[in-house]
Design a protein around this ligand. Structure first.
Ligand code: BG6
Length: 510
């Protein structure tokens, strides 16, 4: 990352008593500050309802940084210097009058540094508070015009979830846009801040040899998987039970991965142009008809089982989950992109909780050679057997063990012409030890700089909801009779295998 501009930066975190502030936002700001990406005069104001003063907030954030700053980069002396930038202000978010007090406090804190520069408002609050807080900020004169020549510059980050269907997302966009200009709004999807996700675009458009193969002539299908072996972390049940896997992971993270892997190259490397191309891919998503949703959209919910040798409860037995809950904890989809490049190429997406493993990856499975001259030998510990020649597979492992691998067929040494499938691997860890920033570092610095490339634009969000909402509606109208339909620690419901139909392929064991 290059160093950012020199004018003052103030970050106001609404929801400063929340878990995200302690786990991600403050540790990310600490790292950016220590590494000089943010000017020394940084000011952070934690805003929340809970009674607390600056000293207590600094102490709590010290513990948070100690536990959460990546790669052991925490340093007590550096934190002592950083802590001076931290302040805390008590505010009831719906107390309209209280915002005047916040403004006074903000101006008072900023005067220590000279003129206010960039003010970044981070809304890490309940989704139904986004619009209200933005409105109060507008009414109290916190928001500068987007193209004003003088400082301060205003930017606002909104955490997920951004709506729970098309209608609510549209309403939220309208609320925010009534106060702010689109270029002042930064809707976070933390997947886009991951190095390995950004690398999808760099890999595709920074190498000349792969891109010509990324199309329906050469690619048999694409699999995008985000598998988790955790279930409900403490305190999460209440949120999750109202969301489920589709809203929590697919509508945002997986659909964004799909855009990055399938979008057309932009003609210019810019936030607008990249997001225009993503939008085109979203608009071309198929199926267009929702008549036979159950044929291409599968849902699941985990029952009791065992994960890594440990007994795990079923979803309905987890903390703060309704005992008869019908919330899906697993989703698998077979979709497509109806454009010249991808028409006819299936794209399989899946995501779930309490599965056999934790792994996020995109696999581009290429077509097999037109003539099958050879056989491939596959072995386990006990025996070997012959299978057809395997396809080349280009895999982007987003996490863990971040890597890019290309699976190739090679002749196995010996007197026969038999093949083995082998991997050519590039491991991020081997080449770039300890320099992988956390997603939030990247996203925060981009928002401070005003770079919208890695944030979702209003039309992108709406296009994603437009595709997903009818599936959710169908599921709501037709509750699943067989929940729970997969055991904790398994690979998900059997029904998800049906998505591959007559094809010789199935879900990758990753
Ligand atoms: C969050 C979801 O957005 O992403 C969580 O709300 C999920 O349910 C998490 O566990 C996964 O993120 P990551 O970065 O661990 O893959």
């Amino acid at each position: 990352m290059e160093s950012t501009s020199s004018h003052n930066v103030t970050v106001l975190i609404f929801g400063a008593s929340g878990d995200l502030t302690a786990r991600k936002i403050i540790p990310a700001l600490y790292n950016l500050w220590v590494n000089c990406y943010i000017p020394r005069g940084l000011k952070i104001i934690g805003v929340a309802r809970r009674e607390k003063d600056d000293t207590r907030f600094r102490q709590e954030m010290r513990d948070a940084c100690q536990q959460n700053v990546r790669d052991g980069l925490f340093d007590s002396n550096a934190y002592a210097a950083f802590a001076g930038s931290l302040h805390y202000h008590i505010l009831n978010f719906d107390d309209r009058e209280g915002y005047a007090g916040l403004k006074e406090r903000l101006e008072e804190i900023e005067t220590e540094n000279g003129p206010a520069g960039t003010r970044l408002f981070y809304l890490s609050v309940l989704p139904n508070q986004f619009g209200m807080i933005a409105r109060h900020l507008g009414e109290n004169g916190f928001i500068s015009p987007p193209d004003a020549l003088e400082l301060p510059i205003t930017r606002l980050i909104v955490e997920k979830p951004f709506g729970r269907d098309l209608e609510s997302a549209r309403a939220l966009n309208t609320d925010l846009q009534s106060v702010l200009d689109e270029k002042q709004i930064f809707r976070i999807d933390h997947y886009l801040g991951k190095e390995t996700v950004q690398n999808l675009l760099s890999f595709r458009f920074g190498n000349a040899i792969f891109e010509p193969l990324f199309n329906n002539h050469f690619v048999d299908h694409i699999q995008i998987s985000a598998l988790e072996n955790l279930g409900m972390e403490a305190g999460r049940g209440a949120y999750y039970d109202k969301s489920g896997a589709m809203r929590d992971m697919v509508q945002n993270h997986l659909i964004q991965l799909l855009c990055f892997i399938a979008m057309e190259p932009p003609s210019v490397w810019g936030g607008k142009e990249i997001r225009d191309e993503k939008l085109k891919a979203l608009k071309a998503l198929t199926p267009k008809s929702y008549k036979n949703v159950d044929e291409w959209a599968i849902r699941g919910q985990y029952g009791p089982g065992s994960v890594n040798g440990k007994q795990a409860p079923g979803y309905r037995e987890e903390e703060r989950i309704a005992p008869q809950s019908n919330t899906p904890t697993y989703v698998a989809l077979r979709v497509g992109i109806d454009n010249w490049r991808w028409a006819g190429t299936p794209i399989y997406l899946r995501s779930g909780k309490r599965l056999a493993t934790r792994a996020t990856e995109i696999a581009i499975v290429f077509k097999k050679p037109p003539l099958q001259f050879f056989k491939t030998i596959e072995c386990d510990q006990n025996s070997c057997w012959m299978i057809d020649t395997q396809p080349n597979v280009l895999t982007f492992r987003i996490q863990p063990d971040e890597r890019i691998s290309l699976c190739l067929s090679v002749k196995r040494p010996g007197m026969e012409v038999d093949l083995n499938s082998v991997d050519m691997n590039f491991l991020f860890k081997e080449t770039y030890a300890n320099i992988m920033p956390d997603a939030y570092e990247r996203l925060l610095i981009d928002a401070i700089r005003g770079d919208t490339t890695l944030f979702m634009r209003s039309d992108e969000i709406e296009a994603a909801w437009e595709f997903i909402t009818p599936i959710l509606d169908h599921w709501e109208a037709n509750p699943c009779a067989d929940f729970p339909n997969y055991a904790a620690g398994s690979w998900g419901p059997e029904a998800a295998d049906r998505l591959f139909g007559d094809s010789t392929y199935g879900w990758r064991k990753i």
